[in-house]
Ligand binder design. Sequence first.
Ligand code: CIR
Length: 259
Amino acid sequence: MADPFQFTHALCRTPAASAVTGIRAGGGPDPDFAGLLAEHEAYVATLRGLGLRVDVLPALDDFPDALFTEDVALTFPEGAILLRPGAPTRAGEVAHVRGPLAERHPRLLAMTGPGFADGGDVLRLADRVIIGLSDRTDPTGADELARLLGDLGYRAEIATTPKSVLHFKTGCSLIDAETILTVPAMRDCPEFAGLEVVVTPRGEEGAANILRIRETVLIGHRWQATQDLLSARGVDIRPMATDEIAHIDAGLSCMSLRW
Ligand code: CIR
């Protein structure tokens, strides 16, 4: 299996004005739209600066969460898979990525249901893919997705996500091919066997959704202890503003599909 960080392409979507009404589990205030737009623009610019070709799809006002393209599909050099997002208000987003993904991928597979799976629950490792069960990804959906991943040549394992964590990748992300950053609640995940497990410092659980692009790790700018920890390990980090998207339960991986 290829290096999981050597991306050449990404697909993003401009936030719609309705994004301020995006889903949030714990209630809380709306994000500031200008600030959210600025975070998104900086994100796209950073991916481009790291050498990726980034295509940005138009805003979809009917779908407040559509800027989180990660959740509606999986993308690999071998092909893409259309998912069935578990939040009812997000189901209609999938139709809007079908065409763009078909144009950019040699194969386009699609979940048919009845189960559900969100891309935020799918973590690609160097030798396999972990699908985390969550409020958005159910066992039937995970089983169907595992079969489709197999068609693309990827071995999938199914894991669980703690109740307090929205998506599997909200709580863990790869630092490098052998090392995973995780919140304390997921440190004993059996599927991490064989990886070095690094736990987020106290009070910095929100830092766990980092995003490695080639040799660089994007991390939320307010997570100083986690930044220090990664820098001390020799990781090239790129702090990014995520304060506004955090109001609607999002982090750095959510805003792109990458391959
Ligand atoms: C949602 O609840 O679906 C959005 N407000 C946030 C999606 C975040 N996506 C991700 O973690 N992959």
